[in-house]
Design a protein around this ligand. Structure first.
Ligand SMILES: Cc1ncc(C[n+]2csc(CCOP(=O)(O)OP(=O)(O)O)c2C)c(N)n1
Length: 839
């Protein structure tokens, strides 16, 4: 019989599970630093792994289960709103954690609490802080209270927005809730290792990689593998030979729906067979099937999977079968409603915790009494962490509530409705958890009570209310875009430089020269997309660049928009500067979920702890045909808050935007003008250097009578119309917005309205699309309403998609004559005697 572990070997520190011990004034960095220091480098377990390590693993699995049970109780008692836990998946995760090395990455989902606890990606206190939605990032560093529980994330950047070293940490990219949404990102997290290993110039970035030895661990539930992006991601990882180890936790269900409804033949292992690597080949995946309760086999499996991924960049799929859910799916319902008695009995028999306990006893690794003691200690630790997290949540709330109560009681002394104010104060004082929402409804109620009085505390109450609203807007809204000194909005303008007689070049040549300069300047710039490599892009903006910089820096991808974006996200999180190309904007919809759920929210959902400065390059507006003339700007504008969204009118402006973005650390989408590649522009002498500032429109033509606001391909049309209108006696001011997000940061458009008093907004989107957004910006945010003396107008495409051919285009999209019509109507309204309409 082996002896029980030394108590110190069982300490939480050994397991990487500790209290953060953060005081309110501890910086997030310090917490992260301590976390890193206290997380031991795990040693690969050998077949004869030590009893100490086995018991430490069992303790952790048990502790994690305990956290699930206590967490569920916290929801049931009303301390938290919702809980989803990792019960039933513990043993697979402690074994996976053994082979997770500093520098490795995780892209997983809400079942990963044991993995996260094992690696110190979360502490127990932080786990409970997230359950309680504590918005203090010192207490809840994964998302600052923004994400539901079990959405894990480590902090990649410090409070100044600078990258921390990644090779010394266990890194977790920030989780999202859409099932399989983590998979596209996994492609890039894994592929970055390949680039760091194979691109010589990247070897210098030692804070991000050690020879590309890092493995990206992905996790996903069985039912989520029915999602399209799962298969797209697996295929992309296989094609790219990216070192990902993907675990599929198979508990037979997706909430209530069994595998037979999720997968052909109901059998994932069978479906995955085609991805299997042939013996002797490096192409394809190593595929393992292993029961989720079998500690010894899991250890063996993950050791091999991680080894092959790390050393040979062979990806692995680990289908972890025979899993169960001791608590059902989440706190939203009980699984007894949809699982048969037989199934429930089967689940109880396959619970990995009792099974591991039995295995330990059978193998004489510890006695029952020793395990009991260990379990009791783990329970106490969970309880202590819960208490600490709960108190940490409450103390600032009570302090804030006390402030308000003082104010209410003082106001009560001067009010003839003092009793009502005192009652509000008492209710606040009695609340176990005086939420900020309650405080705000209380103070607003108090203001209505004393509304008709001359109360000397009126101003104090109003100030308190406004102060808290601003504080809370920031508490929940900060980091939508970068707040670092490298924020793209802070990049100043650098004008293009031209010789006295510049060479006139076609638009694509300007872009090509600019991308050439960017690639030459910074080895972290990696460009990829469909036809981007060998062909140099369907519009030749990358012509010759693959030959010059190699197939890894300028590469072709499969037709897989979602994972092109995911590839870029993962690479950007690992310090690279990807430029991901979506061939036409019409096809960006396939990537929209990844763009919107993942890329656009990275900084915000991690409360400023992560960034992914991806540049997405695409092209749109009018060309030919239903799916090559799209301009779905309104949709994108609304889905992509958190990214910059730029619509340059020509390729010089586009190049300037790329140069700006490259100096910044925000993600962005740039839409080039599809029919502008062959138009001639002057070739600047400083490619890669000149910049176009974000959120600054340009006046293309000055005028006195009306202001036409537009962007992209409509700029040329507006300028042509302005020529004719000038002949008809209308002086039209044409403004190119060029940056939809951010929009006219210095309110230049309203200055034009002060002069003209008339506004027309024109674009190629559907009615009520981006034009409505612009209208709101100008009317509401810039107070343009006050300067108008005619009805503001929008001129847009028709509500249907643009039909094919010249006539289809003419009657689908706004054209020069339409602009003239609308401007004349606006002028007619103002001066009917002088201007006729043509309608
Ligand atoms: C795209 C999307 N559709 C639906 C949901 C709602 N939902 C959350 S979890 C879940 C089931 C997932 O089952 P599985 O992948 O097997 O993982 P498990 O929860 O069983 O570990 C569903 C349908 C979601 N989060 N995202």
């Amino acid at each position: 019989m082996t002896t029980l572990l030394e108590p110190k070997l069982l300490s939480a520190n050994l397991l990487g599970v500790r209290q953060s011990g953060a005081s309110p004034d501890t910086s997030v960095d310090e917490v992260a630093e301590r976390q890193r220091a206290s997380v031991p480098h795990r040693i690969a377990i050998r077949p004869q792994h030590s009893t100490n390590e086995i018991l430490a693993d069992y303790r952790l699995a048990f502790l994690s289960r305990q956290a699930s049970l206590v967490g569920r109780r916290e929801v049931m008692s009303g301390h938290a709103k919702f809980g989803i836990f990792g019960g039933g998946k513990e043993v697979a995760q402690i074994t996976m954690a053994k082979f997770f090395r500093p520098g490795d990455f995780r892209a997983g989902y809400y079942r990963d609490q044991t993995l996260a606890l094992a690696l110190g990606m979360t502490t127990l206190s932080e786990f409970f802080a997230q359950l309680y939605a504590n918005p203090d990032p010192h207490e809840e560093p994964a998302s600052g209270g923004r994400s539901m529980n079990a959405h894990f994330a480590t902090r990649f950047i410090d409070e100044q927005g600078h990258w921390k070293s990644q090779v010394e940490r266990y890194n977790s990219s920030a989780d999202v809730s859409p099932t399989a949404g983590q998979m596209p990102r996994l492609v890039g997290l894994a592929y970055a290792s390949r680039l760091y290993r194979q691109v010589e110039e990247l070897k210098q970035f030692a804070d991000f990689s050690h020879n590309g030895d890092e493995v990206a661990f992905g996790t996903i539930g069985n039912a989520s593998t029915a999602e399209g992006v799962f298969w797209e991601s697996i295929n992309a990882i296989g094609v790219l030979q990216a070192p990902a180890v993907i675990s599929i936790y198979d508990d037979g269900y997706g909430i209530s729906v069994p595998n037979d409804y999720q997968l052909t033949k109901g059998n994932l292992s069978a479906l995955l067979e085609g991805f299997r690597r042939e013996p002797g080949s490096d192409k394809g995946f190593d595929i393992y099937t292993v029961p989720g309760w079998d500690y010894a086999r899991l250890v063996k499996t993950y050791r091999r999977a991680a080894h092959n991924a790390r050393t040979r960049h062979i990806p692995a799929l680990v289908h972890v079968t025979e899993m169960m859910q001791p608590q059902g799916h989440s706190t939203s319902g009980s699984h007894e409603r949809y699982k048969s008695e037989d199934r429930l009995k089967w689940e109880a028999d396959h619970d990995p915790i009792p099974r591991m306990r039995a295995w330990i006893l059978d193998n004489g690794i510890a006695t029952a009494a020793e395990l009991d003691e260990l379990e009791a200690e783990a329970k106490a630790e969970v309880q202590a962490a819960r208490d600490r997290a709960w108190n940490a949540l409450l103390s600032p709330l009570h302090a804030e509530a006390n402030q308000l109560c003082d104010l209410l009681e003082q106001a009560a002394l001067y009010s003839h409705r003092g009793e009502e104010l005192n009652a509000l104060s008492e209710a606040l004082q009695k609340a176990e958890k005086p939420e900020r929402r309650m405080m705000l409804t209380t103070v607003r109620k108090a203001l209505t009570i004393i509304y008709d009085e001359e109360n000397p505390f009126w101003d104090d109450l109003v100030r308190w209310k406004q102060g808290r609203i601003e504080e809370n807007r920031r508490r929940y809204g900060a980091f939508l875009t970068s707040e670092s000194e490298r924020a793209a909005v802070k990049v100043p303008r650098v004008a293009p430089v031209y010789p006295e007689r510049p060479r006139m070049a076609r638009g694509f040549e300007i872009l090509q020269a600019n991308f050439d300069a960017l690639l030459a300047k910074d080895p972290r710039v990696i460009i990829f997309g469909e036809d981007s490599g060998y062909l140099g892009g369907v519009n030749q903006g990358l012509a010759g660049l693959q030959a010059k910089y190699g197939t890894l820096r300028v590469s072709d991808t499969g037709i897989r928009e979602a994972t092109i974006i995911g590839q870029a996200i993962g690479m950007a999180m690992r310090g690279l500067r990807p430029i991901a190309e979506i061939q036409y904007i019409d096809y960006i919809l396939y990537a929209l979920a990844t763009l919107s759920d993942d890329l656009a929210t990275v900084q915000w959902r991690s409360a400023g702890g992560q960034k992914a400065p991806v540049i997405v390059r695409t092209r749109g507006h009018r060309l030919e045909g239903v799916w090559h003339s799209g301009s779905p700007m309104g949709g994108l504008l609304h889905f992509l808050r958190g990214m910059h969204f730029l619509v340059p009118r020509n390729m010089t402006q586009a190049a300037g935007f790329y140069n700006t973005l490259m100096q910044g650390d925000d993600p962005a989408l740039v839409v080039e003008v599809l029919n502008g590649y062959r138009l001639k522009e002057a070739m600047p002498e400083n490619p890669g250097e000149f910049t176009v500032p974000l959120g600054v429109p340009e006046i293309l033509r000055e005028g006195e009578d009306a202001t036409l606001v537009t962007y992209g391909a409509m700029c040329r049309i507006a300028m042509n119309a302005a020529e004719t209108l000038a002949d008809l006696g209308v002086s039209l001011e044409v403004i190119d917005v060029q940056s939809l997000l951010p929009f006219d940061r210095h309110h230049m458009i309203v200055e034009s309205l002060k002069k003209t008093g008339r506004l027309i907004i024109a674009d190629e989107d559907v009615p009520g699309g981006a034009s409505a957004y612009i209208l709101r910006e100008v009317m509401e945010k810039q107070h343009g309403y006050y300067w108008l003396d005619a009805e503001p107008r929008t001129l847009t495409s028709q509500p249907h998609r643009p039909a094919y051919g010249n006539d289809g285009d003419y009657f689908s999209k706004p054209n020069v004559e339409d602009v003239i019509d609308v401007v004349l109507e606006v002028m007619h309204e103002a001066e009917p005697a002088r201007f006729k309409t043509m309608r």
